[in-house]
Design a protein around this ligand. Sequence first.
Ligand SMILES: Cc1ncc(C[n+]2csc(CCOP(=O)(O)OP(=O)(O)O)c2C)c(N)n1
Ligand SMILES: [Mg+2]
Length: 372
Amino acid sequence: MAKATSTPRAASPGAIDNPVAGLLTAEGILTEEGERVAAVSDDTLRALYRWMVIARRLDQEGLNLQRQGELGLWGPIQGHEASQVGGALAMRDTDWIFPYYRDFAMAAVRGIDPGAVLTIFRGLRHGAWNPNEYRFGPFVIPVGTQVPHAVGYALGCKLDGEDTVTLTCFGEGATSTGDWHEAMNFAGVFQAPVVFLCQNNQWAISVPINEQVAGRIVDRAAGYGMPGVRVDGSDALTIYAAVKMASDHARAGNGPYLIEAFSYRLGPHTTSDDPTRYRTEEEMAEWRERDPIARAAGRLRARGAWDDDFARSCETEAEERASAMRQTLVAAAPDHPGKVFDLTFANPPESLRRERDAFVAELAPEAGTEGR
Ligand SMILES: Cc1ncc(C[n+]2csc(CCOP(=O)(O)OP(=O)(O)O)c2C)c(N)n1
Ligand SMILES: [Mg+2]
C-alpha cells in the first residue's frame, strides 16, 4: 500500500456554524437582536442611505446618457442598490472585491470615478481603473469568471499569512456556470477566506429563476462545506450586517461563506432589453414597493436618526456627482488602440509586437507606434 505523503485531514463536522442565521427573521431580515449583535451605528446606516441615493442618481444618469446616444450600452442597477452598497461598505479597505458587470454602485463606494467607469460603456476603454489601486477587480462580462479569481486571490492571501478577505459578486444566473461550482468547491476544500455574494434578482436576462436553479441557491453552500444564508436583498442594513459577519468568519480562519441576497432587477437587463416582453407589470409593481432606499429611510426613522437636512444633502451631492460624471465621460478621449496589448504582457513576444503594430496601423495610423 502506498504510504501517505501528507497528514490526512479529519472530515468536517456535519453541523456548520452559522453566525448570521439566528439573527434574521424567516424572510431574511435583520432583527433588533441582529442589529445589536452587529453593532451598526447610526452613522453606518446614514452612509448606507447616502450611497444608495447617490448610486440611484448615477445609474439614472447612465440610462439618460445611453438614451442620448452618449453610451453604447448601459446595464441599470435599480433594485441592486442595497446589496451593492451594503456589501461594499461592509468590507475593509484592505479587502479585495471581485465584481461582476452590474456592480457599478460597488465601484463608486470603493472610490472609483463613475465617469471613468462609463468610458467602458462608451467603448473608449477596456478597463478604467487599476485593480491594485482600488482592490477592486475589473468588470467581467463572461458570466461567472470573477468567482474563481476571488477564490484564488483569497487562497494566496491565506498562504501569505495576510488577513485579507475577498468578496465576490454574481447573479443567480452565474450559479449555473462550471466556474462557479469549481470555485465554490475549491474554496470549501481549501478554506479560502472568501465571501460569495449572490445578487439573486430572479432573472438572467429573460430566463426566470425557476428555469435556472432547482432548489435554493443558499442550500448549495452545505454541499461545498460552508455556511450559507439567504437574506432580504432589498434591505441594505441586513446585507451590511450579513457580509460583515461573514467576512469576520472568513478572516478568523473559518473559511468561506455564501450569502444569497434575494431581490429583483427593477429595470431592464441592459438598455438593449425590453423586460415587458417576459414579465408582468404586477410582478414589477410588487417589487417596486420594496424599494431599498425607502427601506433604509424607514430604518433611520425607526431609530430616531432621520434628519431632513441630511436627506436633502444626499440629494444635492447625488446631483453634483451625476453632473461631474457626465462631464468626465464626454470629455474622455479613447485609449490608444495599442493599450490592450501593452497591458497584457510586461515583455511581449516579438510575434505579439508585430500584431500590435499591425492593429495600431489599421485603427490609428496617425498615432504610429506611440503610446507603447
Ligand atoms: C459565459 C457567458 N454566457 C452567457 C453570457 C450572456 N449573458 C450576459 S448577462 C447574462 C445573464 C446573467 O444573469 P445573472 O447571472 O442572473 O446576472 P444579472 O444580469 O441578472 O445581474 C447572460 C446569459 C455571458 N456574458 N457569458
Ligand atoms: Mg439575475
